[in-house]
Design a protein around this ligand. Structure first.
Ligand SMILES: *Cc1c(COP(=O)(O)O)cnc(C)c1O
Length: 407
């Protein structure tokens, strides 16, 4: 729903810092009882004052006061005019893709969330929406655009390679060709990076990750400033119906309040973990925003407030990842990220399973790559757990090698 329609705008003379906005982005002081936490409005329908005029709320799928609060909180953190809340990140992404018609062309980074990649292959393709995957978006140029190119889609930092792409530069290029720039900002959140302020037209989120923050919420958001486009997406949201439920809106509001302190702590942990992994003899490479080149490190510094809380690392040949995952004592093997707990996964067989093998190789994702979503636990415990499991995984292979030698 459009921000400020039912809420007092925050005083422009008192622009809150982002860490205050995560807490105060959807203040509860305008509700009838002065409750500090937004109430959950479960009512599916609202009484109308007369037969010709609807009130601000009419029917749950169309508008809901708790969802409105959640949308306000996400919009405010992005400094966006509008936000829309959905039942999942994929529902938000699918709604944005409703904008495109047969004959349109989309340029997408090849390095995106597996579910979005599958959406291109199995939904947009059969719908005759044309697309090209760009292996390295930093090479994007005028020559990639076609007369029917309607949008560029990207994630930065990319998942799971942590490559960084220049949002402002790509926005400028897209706009020169009359195309929209759509950014999936799930990995950074509005706390660390604001794509709309950098020139993007539409931001999408899986709020299942950092906004929820506790691995107990499935939610997605679109944020944008263009009112016509907002009205179009609002129409799709209401017509397709994959809206964020009142209870999940409440969970979102509860989660987003601690987004800043969670990310601050996670980023502290990330720095320590990078240092420890780089020194570990079982690890061949550590991937984090900026690892790829000094240029990308500069771009990350320019467009974001930190590294975020997801890194990846490659293990040396012979290190048995099966043993590594099995020997972890605290950290769990699971997909997803952005919660308070540390999680590891292997993208090739898990999050990026929808990708063809050769495409994964092309973007640099191999079977020896581990994605690590760093939690808020004590950093010494995280490092101890990783190190001991890596050491056993490496030694188990040495034993195996020796056996082979004896034979
Ligand atoms: C998880 C994720 C999605 C999909 O979100 P859901 O909430 O699981 O539907 C989209 N993009 C990125 C980058 C993700 O990590």
């Amino acid at each position: 729903m459009t921000k400020d329609q039912f809420e007092k705008p925050l005083d422009p003379e008192f622009p809150l810092h982002d860490d205050s906005l995560t807490v105060q982005g959807a203040p509860a002081r305008h509700n009838e009882y002065g409750a500090i936490m937004a109430p959950i409005f479960l009512s599916t329908t609202y009484r109308l004052e007369d037969i010709n005029q609807a009130g601000p709320y009419e029917y749950i799928r169309t508008q809901n006061p708790t969802r409105q609060k959640a949308e306000d909180a996400v919009a405010r953190l992005d400094h966006a005019d509008h936000a829309l809340g959905f039942a999942s990140g994929m529902a938000a992404i699918a709604t944005v893709f409703e904008h495109f018609h047969p004959g349109d062309h989309i340029l997408s980074s090849a390095n995106i969330y597996g579910g979005t990649y599958r959406f291109f292959l199995d939904i947009l393709g059969p719908r005759k929406v044309d697309y090209d995957f760009i292996t390295d978006l930093s090479t994007l140029s005028d020559a990639d655009f076609k007369p029917n190119t309607k949008a560029v889609f990207l994630e930065t930092p990319a998942n799971p390679t942590l490559r960084v792409y220049d949002i402002a530069k790509i926005a400028e290029l897209a706009h020169r060709h009359g195309a929209l720039l759509i950014v999936d900002n799930t990995f950074m959140t509005g706390y660390l990076q604001k794509p709309l302020a950098l020139g993007a037209d539409v931001t999408v989120y899986s709020a299942t990750k950092f906004y929820g923050g506790h691995a107990d919420l499935n939610a997605g958001f679109i944020t944008l400033n263009d009112t016509d486009l907002y009205n179009e997406f609002f129409f799709y949201q209401n017509t397709l119906g994959a809206t964020l439920s009142p209870f999940d809106s409440y969970t979102l509001l509860r989660g987003i309040r601690t987004l800043a302190i969670r990310l601050d702590r996670q980023q502290e942990n990330v720095k320590a973990v990078i240092g420890a992994l780089e020194k570990h003899p079982a690890v061949s490479q550590v991937l984090y925003p900026g690892w790829y080149s000094p240029d990308e490190a500069v771009i990350q510094k320019k467009q974001a407030k930190g590294l975020g809380a997801v890194i990846s690392f490659a293990v040396k040949p012979g290190v048995d990842l099966g043993v590594f995952f099995e020997k972890l004592q605290m950290i769990d093997l699971a997909v997803s990220l952005g919660g308070v707990e540390s999680l590891v996964c292997r993208p090739t067989t898990m999050t990026h399973a929808p990708y063809p093998k050769d495409k994964l190789k092309e973007i640099g994702v191999r079977d020896n790559l581990v994605r690590f979503a760093v939690g808020i636990e004590n950093k010494d415990d995280i490092i101890y757990d990783l190190s001991q499991a890596l050491t056993i995984a490496q030694e188990s292979d040495e034993v195996l090698d020796k056996k082979v030698d004896i034979q």
